[in-house]
Design a protein around this ligand. Structure first.
Ligand SMILES: [Zn+2]
Length: 77
């Protein structure tokens, strides 16, 4: 599950948003001032390549590292 960081252009508040897929688009609002004027900023944790197997730092949420599934229901761990 991709996680992207965003920053509000109005009040500079940084926040992150989860996306179900890398191609999903949804309207984002600043959690602080409710402005829709936000921009995407890139972070290391947001860079997850699907099927690449290079997602080493997943923060311990979801996946076991030996499969590409987001939830380990199929790999037996
Ligand atoms: Zn804001």
């Amino acid at each position: 599950m991709p996680i992207y960081d965003f920053q509000c252009n109005q009040c500079d508040t940084k926040f992150d948003e989860y996306f179900r897929s890398a191609s999903e688009r949804k309207k984002l609002f600043c959690p602080s001032c409710k402005s829709g004027n936000v921009k995407k900023i890139f972070s290391v944790f947001g860079m997850s390549v699907k099927g690449g197997g290079a997602a080493g730092s997943d923060g311990g949420s979801g996946g076991c590292g030996s499969c590409t599934a987001s939830s380990c229901t199929g790999c037996g761990s």
